[in-house]
Design a protein around this ligand. Structure first.
Ligand code: 13P
Ligand code: SF4
Length: 324
């Protein structure tokens, strides 16, 4: 899209947001044009990681929330705001982790491991959340897992994140994590050989590695280089506190745009693996949602969940917000 077209669509979105009493919450994995805040000439009212966006969803005054992220995130915003209308510009904005597990799978895990608490990564659908004890995001997974007294914990659905967390949790607390087999199809591409190659080509760089990267990718990253293994927020914070000029980033490609925007004098190297679900959200379909609000044409965009599912999914999400 050319500059003239983008600026026309930006001003149309801003005008309709005001007319329709709507706010735009945007994830760090959105394309760069949806990461620009309205105060900086863009259209987003808030940009954040999944925990930041969940928290922001509880503070919104506007009647309508447009969620520029993936569907499980928009569902979380809806469950926290039942009286508001929550929209997503494309219902097909899924997630390979969220679709890897169902509510029935959680019930089966509970049957196999009676009495063991279940922690679910927020990357799950509402029906699955309704069956768990607490949700977590990549930012607070560690503190939530440690907060349980039990010797065992079921952690679903991300097997790689679970393995990475397990190493730290088992070493610090002796607690054993029972894992599911879900995988993030984006982060799993940061294999051991990919990370080794990038590290060998950039021996002076620090590494920024998301929890969802497989353990062999993590091991290869930290073989000789320093850096951080953690959440999106940990990655952003680490760069701010580091004196290094160059970083290898093992996370979603457009987080590179966020980093470059925040730290323009630093260099970020990544093979640029994009999340195909996040990229379903565009300026054009964001404008279409706004046009539809108030017209009766909202069904393709509005998050509608059964009342009973929302009632049962709310406590695990609310508990998660106590660990910020
Ligand atoms: P964050 O919790 O870091 O925002 O991550 C969400 C996600 O989908 C990671 O792939
Ligand atoms: Fe899901 Fe991975 Fe995309 Fe995040 S990056 S939304 S975990 S598929």
């Amino acid at each position: 899209m050319g500059n003239e077209n983008s600026s026309t669509i930006y001003s149309e979105i801003r005008k309709l947001k005001e007319e329709k009493n709507a706010v735009i919450l945007s994830h760090y994995y959105m394309p760069p044009e949806l990461q620009l805040l309205e105060k900086d000439g863009g259209v987003a009212d808030f940009i954040g990681d999944s925990l930041g966006l969940s928290i922001e969803a509880t503070r919104v005054n506007a009647a309508n929330i447009i969620f520029c992220g993936v569907r499980f995130m928009a569902e979380t915003a809806k469950i926290l705001n039942r009286e508001k209308q929550v929209f997503i510009p494309d219902m097909e904005a899924g997630c390979s982790l969220a679709s890897s597990i169902t509510a029935a799978d959680v019930l089966e895990l509970r049957r196999q491991h009676p009495g063991v608490p279940v922690v679910a990564y927020v990357n799950t659908y509402a029906e699955t959340k309704a069956e768990v004890d607490i949700c977590c995001t990549s930012r607070n997974a560690m503190s939530i897992a440690k907060s349980f007294d039990s010797e065992e914990l079921i952690f679903v659905p991300d097997v790689y994140m679970g393995q990475n967390l397990s190493k730290k949790i088992e070493a610090e607390t002796g607690k054993h994590l029972i894992l599911w087999h879900g995988k993030c199809e984006v982060h799993e591409q940061f294999t051991g050989s990919a990370m080794k190659m990038m590290r060998l080509m950039n021996p002076d760089a620090e590494v920024l590695v998301h929890w969802e990267v497989p353990a062999e990718g993590v091991d290869a990253s930290f073989d000789q280089n320093t850096g951080v293994l953690g959440s999106t927020n940990d990655i952003l914070k680490y760069v701010g506190e580091s004196k290094s000029q160059k970083f290898i980033m093992a996370s979603e490609c457009d987080l590179g745009a966020t980093l470059k925007g925040m730290y323009p004098d630093r260099e970020f190297i990544t093979p640029c693996f994009k999340c195909p679900y996040m990229k379903k959200i565009t300026l054009t379909n964001t404008l279409q949602v706004l046009e539809a609000i108030g017209t009766g044409n909202v069904p393709p965009y509005e998050i509608i969940l059964p009342e009973e599912v929302m009632t049962r999914a709310y406590p695990p999400i609310k508990r998660m917000l106590d660990f910020v």
